[in-house]
Design a protein around this ligand. Structure first.
Ligand SMILES: CC(=O)N[C@H]1[C@@H](OP(=O)(O)O)O[C@H](CO)[C@@H](O)[C@@H]1O
Length: 376
């Protein structure tokens, strides 16, 4: 709304109808370009965390094309906000939300309460739960955009935080050959870094993120749509133009991100399983520990190393060495009175053991409160 006002309507009409209309128009144009367009309906189950997303998605339903059918769960009529559901619950517990019945291979997603995060997931035929988090969302979007800008002289990068899964960073850098930058936790840090590129994709692992296009890139794309003589190149420019209109460039927005993802899956003819199979996440664990004063922990290197308290980083380094493909870091939360611990390793048992050992080190060296952390 603010951006629409400040650009005298160039970014869109500053009303809810203006927002719904802009997004649905761009989405419809995009799926029309899909090779499987007209081949039946796409269904998506959405857990709205009993939050605002349910209200707004219901209002938006009439704007969706008939090819896209959304099913809203946890709409706030029965349970409390975020209770056993929502994007954070699904990401942290690595399990499905309550209140959503999932059939094998069905594509599902969760918003968080204020609808600025989104994670996808599905259950396979053996009943195993597969989480597709912000890192895999950034990867899908990057694959799609990289192919479209291949002939343009645009700079492109992905911005992540230390919480990004090690295998996502490896895939982006080594397979996709896209530069990756790591910044401090919090979208403001990711947003600022992403502004340095023509195409800046940024996502936190928890599903908070978006894509930014520079003014130069946007002008060039809109000009190509009008002037490009080669049909294939003009179609690619049109897709990019619709992507620019579909993505919310002002802030991470679960509704906009969901439509971007659905459009890309349709255009690339990808199933949720094929998307998930791009790379395998390294098993990981996120824990928190209460300390008397979390400011005793000072970090550097985009929060990947602790400078204080003395001895803590050395202890973490020694613990990390015990496991394969391992990595761990600690940082004071910016939103809760806790210290967060992240660990990843070759197996879930090892990631859990490493996270627990690091949480004990934090407890003993950084003034832990209450009882020492228990093994997972
Ligand atoms: C590990 C984690 O998920 N941290 C979250 C959380 O920040 P903390 O500083 O870790 O409390 O809340 C932020 C605001 O929603 C979000 O941007 C960030 O990613």
């Amino acid at each position: 709304m603010v951006c629409c006002q400040n650009t005298q309507g160039q970014y869109g009409k500053a009303t809810l109808e203006g927002y719904y209309g802009k997004l649905s128009k761009a989405f419809m144009q995009l799926i029309k370009q899909s090779p499987c367009s007209g081949e039946g309906q796409r269904h998506l189950k959405i857990d709205c965390a009993n939050g605002i997303g349910a209200l707004k998605l219901s209002e938006m339903k009439p704007y969706f094309p008939q090819e896209m059918v959304i099913h809203i769960y946890n709409d706030g009529t029965k349970e409390k906000l975020n209770h056993l559901c929502g994007a954070d619950f699904v990401k942290v517990h690595q399990k499905p939300p309550g209140g959503l019945d999932m059939k094998p291979n069905e594509r599902c997603c969760s918003f968080d309460g204020d609808a600025d995060r989104i994670v996808y997931y599905y259950k396979d035929t053996a009943g195993h739960f597969h989480l597709i988090d912000g890192d895999k969302i950034a990867t899908l979007i990057s694959i799609f955009l990289k192919e479209l800008i291949v002939k343009q002289d645009f700079t492109m990068a992905v911005v992540q935080t230390a919480y990004a899964n090690g295998n996502s960073t490896r895939y982006l850098q080594e397979t996709l050959k896209v530069p990756v930058h790591c910044v401090k936790t919090g979208v403001k840090h990711l947003h600022h870094k992403a502004q340095e590129f023509d195409v800046g994709v940024y996502f936190e692992a928890n599903g908070h993120g978006t894509v930014l296009f520079s003014k130069t890139a946007e002008t060039k794309i809109r000009q190509l749509v009008k002037e490009e003589k080669d049909d294939e190149k003009r179609e690619a420019a049109k897709m990019l133009e619709n992507m620019i209109d579909l993505i919310n460039q002002t802030v991470g927005d679960a509704v906009s991100d969901m439509l971007v993802i659905e459009a890309i899956l349709a255009l690339k003819g990808l199933t949720v399983q094929q998307w998930d199979a791009l790379y395998a996440d390294l098993p990981n664990r996120l824990l928190k520990v209460q300390v008397a004063d979390r400011r005793v922990i000072d970090t550097t290197d985009a929060e990947r190393r602790a400078l204080t308290p003395p001895g803590l980083q050395e202890k973490i380094d020694a613990l990390v060495k015990k496991y394969k493909l391992s990595r761990a870091f600690v940082r004071p939360s910016g939103t809760e009175d806790v210290v967060r611990i992240y660990a990843e390793a070759d197996t879930q048992e090892n990631a859990d053991a490493l996270a627990h050992e690091v949480s004990l080190a934090v407890f003993h060296l950084a003034g832990g409160k209450g009882a020492p952390p228990q093994p997972i």
